[in-house]
Design a protein around this ligand. Structure first.
Ligand SMILES: Cc1cc2nc3c(=O)[nH]c(=O)nc-3n(C[C@H](O)[C@H](O)[C@H](O)COP(=O)(O)O)c2cc1C
Length: 201
């Protein structure tokens, strides 16, 4: 699959059907993580792959109300790290940045394998760490839900979440989030500069 096609195929779906979690799947996901760049090659990312039903149930209980759909996932991946596993340069901590890069590799590989890997942030960190036996000094950054997209399912989603199953949520225009040569605070001014590159409105 072409890279651009892969990127556009990736979605954070919430309606998932069961998959068989194999050693091979975990190996494939970790193989790409290992190639991700990091500051000084520190590789600060750590993962717990949760797939035993009893453990899944335990971790699922730690999701907040808006993430109750997560119980449809066959695999949950606890993503954790801490600041001193990575560069700390004059007040700039790189552990979240580098872990995010590695996770994006994992998500894209899952997508390529026909799966959905959806990051979550609304969970009880303390309880989720206890369930996965993650040391207390670690930051549980995200729990990824992994499964296969299911077209229709009767699970309780908000109308916004339901809409997002059908259509990708809107993105900012390039002119809104990037600048040419220097930062221009005024959006209308920045838009003019971009007009030769993009014809987005
Ligand atoms: C760091 C991070 C945390 C997220 N947390 C949640 C979450 O707790 N619950 C949820 O339903 N979606 C969560 N999402 C998914 C986003 O809502 C989703 O990526 C966004 O709406 C864009 O949709 P798309 O990924 O399908 O393009 C999270 C995504 C990221 C990257």
């Amino acid at each position: 699959m072409e890279f651009k096609e892969l990127v556009s195929k990736r979605r954070a779906y919430r309606k998932l059907e069961k998959i068989n979690v194999t050693d091979e799947l975990i190996k494939e996901l970790m193989e790409v993580v290992k190639l991700a760049p990091s500051c000084n090659n520190n590789q600060p990312w750590r993962f717990v792959f949760v797939y035993d039903q009893e453990k899944l149930d335990e971790v699922n209980k730690t999701f907040e109300l808006q993430n109750k759909w997560a119980k449809t996932a066959s695999l949950l991946i606890g993503v954790f790290s801490k600041p001193d596993l990575d560069c700390q340069i004059k007040g700039r901590d790189y552990y979240l940045f580098d872990t995010g890069i590695a996770v994006s590799y994992l998500i894209l590989r899952a997508t390529e394998m026909g799966l959905t890997a959806h990051p979550t942030s609304y969970f009880d960190e303390q309880r989720a760490k206890e369930a996965m036996e993650i040391p207390s000094d670690m930051k549980l950054i995200s729990i990824l839900t992994v499964g296969k997209r299911k077209d229709s399912d009767k699970i309780n989603l908000s109308s916004e979440q339901e809409q997002s199953e059908i259509k990708r949520p809107k993105r900012f225009s390039a002119q809104y989030i990037s600048y040419l040569n220097n930062y221009v605070g005024e959006y209308e001014e920045n838009k003019k500069r971009f007009s030769s590159i993009f014809d987005e409105s």
